[in-house]
Design a protein around this ligand. Structure first.
Ligand code: UDX
Length: 459
């Protein structure tokens, strides 16, 4: 696809998971794209076709688009401002160190620098996740900083991509939200997203505030679903019921749905935890106290899951982990990524290390990022080395390689056959048959049938 002739040119400011994927995807959709990031080493890596993080399919997509000549990278926002007509703001909004609020310094800096350097009319499209009210303030910044005579409009178009599936989520979004767009901006966005719209992606046009809140609420709802099932898992455990079977059964109700009902170690990553806290903070500022209380509870349940797994590890080791060998399978906050931001797995590993355990972590993709974040933990490159002489094995990220591991072969390597399945991903019957004790969150002592289908009515 090549739309470069007369088509709007695109810049993407910020090249993390969101920006890098968005830049490559817009080039794939046929537009000329420049990705801008102040980090020169990152820019050089991208320009050479190297993606500095693990995101399935992105390297191939970027390589194809670099070859096509439609995609390139720069460390100069001024250059991007001069080249493009539509500018996507994709910089991070991490949690502030001293409060639950989102740190908006990067967004404000990116928008200010862009506005100051505009050379012709431009549409600025915010994609970063921001507290409600931010975009309206950014509009004032743009109006104050854009050179005279230049028309610069700012709209909000939140992004819903998941790490590990970023490429498909960006090329085939399940909805497109446009906040605060004039008819000019709306027409431009329809041109840019013509391909996904033609595929059937619904477009929701609304005001700036609603668009900002759509994103935050989507993540808050997903987080609530996970904490809900984890609260029910506690009831299951106490009552001797099986939360996995229960989730399957309630998930058949189309109003509920099965996704995000996997009980276990809970949510982490660069989005869900900080987004619910930013919502708590902003809702508090606005005096919307019910949302504050709800999110507080969701956060508490989620963090409590980590403590429960630490306790299960103690129990498996007979009450103390001091000088015990603990194999931790998983460092990433979920499979298919090397992202360890707010990783529940590494939190648990670090807590056990603090209590005197000898912890060895293994992750198929996040060994390097994990080591950088927690250099005091031990890391192994393969499963066999990780579990050697272990007193307990903890499965903390549900990589297929862990879920499919052979309990008989692993059983021959460990010192004691105790496993904690904190993601409910093991075939516990097979592990028990191989002589392991299996502990989990919300696991029935003797797992029931997962599903019984009535194929034909009884005579
Ligand atoms: C999330 C949103 O899904 C995405 O739409 C948004 O744009 C960014 O934030 P992501 O952070 O990539 O995406 O991860 P996600 O797949 O949502 O998983 C978040 C966490 O929830 C992971 O730690 C995962 O292990 C956990 N999780 C997910 C559960 O504990 N149980 C589940 O049933 C599902």
């Amino acid at each position: 696809m090549d739309r470069t002739e007369g088509a709007p040119r695109v810049s993407v400011i910020g090249t993390g998971y969101l920006g890098a994927t968005h830049a490559a995807a817009m080039a794939e959709l046929g537009f000329e794209v420049v990705g801008a990031d102040p980090d020169e080493r990152k820019v050089a890596a991208f320009q050479a076709g190297r993606i500095p993080f693990h995101e399935p399919g992105l390297e191939e997509l970027a390589a194809r688009q670099l070859d096509s000549g439609r995609l390139r990278f720069t460390s100069s926002t001024a250059e991007a401002a001069g080249l493009a007509d539509v500018h996507f703001i994709c910089v991070g909004t991490p949690q502030r160190l001293t409060s639950h609020a989102a740190n908006l310094d990067y967004v404000e800096a990116a928008v200010s620098e862009l506005a100051r350097n505009l050379t012709h009319d431009a549409l600025i499209v915010g994609k970063s996740t921001v507290p409600v009210g931010t975009a309206a303030r950014l509009r004032e910044l743009v109006a104050a900083l854009a050179p005279e005579g230049i028309r610069a409009e700012l709209i909000w178009n939140p992004e819903f991509l998941r790490e590990g599936r970023a490429v498909a989520d960006t090329l085939h979004p399940d909805r497109i939200v446009l906040g605060g767009a004039s008819s000019w901006a709306s027409a431009l966005m329809h041109e840019l997203y013509a391909a996904p719209i033609a595929e059937g992606a619904p477009v929701v046009e609304c005001d700036l505030e609603t668009a900002e809140l759509v994103k935050v609420s989507a993540n808050a709802f997903l987080a609530t679903k996970i904490s809900f099932i984890n609260a029910i898992a506690e009831v299951c455990q106490a009552a001797g019921a099986d939360v996995g079977v229960l989730a399957d059964a309630i998930g058949h109700d189309a109003r509920i749905g099965r996704q995000f009902l996997n009980a276990g170690l809970g949510f982490g990553g660069g989005c869900l935890p900080k987004d619910i806290r930013a919502l708590m903070h902003r809702a508090g500022e606005l005096g919307a106290t019910q949302a504050v209380g709800l999110m507080q509870q969701v956060d508490e349940i989620n963090m409590g899951q980590r403590q429960k797994v630490v306790e299960l590890a103690h129990e498996a080791c007979g009450g103390s982990v001091l000088n015990r060998r603990v194999a931790v399978l998983g460092a990433a906050f979920k499979p298919d990524t090397d992202d360890v931001r707010d990783s529940p797995a590494l939190n648990v590993a670090a807590a056990l290390h603090l209590r005197g355990a000898q912890v060895t972590v293994m992750d198929p993709a996040a060994g390097e990022t994990g080591r950088r974040t927690f250099p005091t933990l031990g890391f192994a490159d393969d499963l066999a080395t990780a579990v050697e002489h272990a007193d307990v094995v903890l499965v903390l990220t549900e990589w297929p390689e862990f879920a499919g591991a052979d309990p008989v072969a692993l059983g021959a390597l460990v010192r004691a056959r105790h496993v904690v399945d904190a993601r409910g991903c093991l075939d516990s019957a097979a592990w028990r048959a191989a002589g392991w004790t299996v502990r989990g969150l919300g696991l029935a002592p003797a797992p029931g049938l997962r599903e019984v289908r009535v194929l034909a009515p009884l005579a």
